[in-house]
Design a binder for this molecule. Sequence first.
Ligand code: TMP
Length: 217
Amino acid sequence: MSVPAAAKTVGKFITLEGGEGAGKSTQIARLASALKAVGMDCVQTREPGGAPGAEEIRRLLVEGPVDRWQPMSEVLLHNAARIEHLEATVKPALVAGAWVVCDRFFDSTLAYQGYGHGLDASAIANLHWLLYKDFKPDLTLVLDLELEEGLKRAEGRAGAEDRYERMGKDFHERLRRGFLEIANAEPGRCAVIDADGDEKTVHERIMTVVRERLPFH
Ligand code: TMP
């Protein structure tokens, strides 16, 4: 489904960002449950993925050899997946009045492909402007965690989707710094969440920020 450019979005769009093993998947599920528990219509989704075509592109990105793509090809593949996801899932849900909580969005492209792979940040930002204009999340929560702890947690996860996890410590250090710089540059949209601690503690930190920034009850 294509949403007309003029369609007004009425729901809220919340994104979770952060490095490997920061606990985004767990926390996004808890956030969605908390919103649903107070009767809100909430759609939980993820990038890359969240729509049939985007899930197919996801496999090309998260599996296989570390060096299978040129960095700019990765930018284009992530954005191709994003366009499918936005048109098929995110925008229709927002237009219908739902709140959409999304595991990663365009800040991940700036952090991973920009800071991580060393591509020019302004080229990525220009591409995002070309593709999305001023469409952006209402709130972005950056889950921040010490590198060692995050990579240790990520190692414990099963599965073949570990292409980015295998990119080396320097890469992960650069992207942690990238996420913090992105949050610092846009304090009105972003909030940094200390992801050290048990699941419940981190969830409470998240809910405090969500209630402050987007009062819903
Ligand atoms: P996930 O493991 O959080 O589901 O995300 C899949 C991987 O894709 C993760 O390692 C980060 C990476 N990624 C990028 O490199 N650029 C992007 O734009 C997005 C959305 C994800």
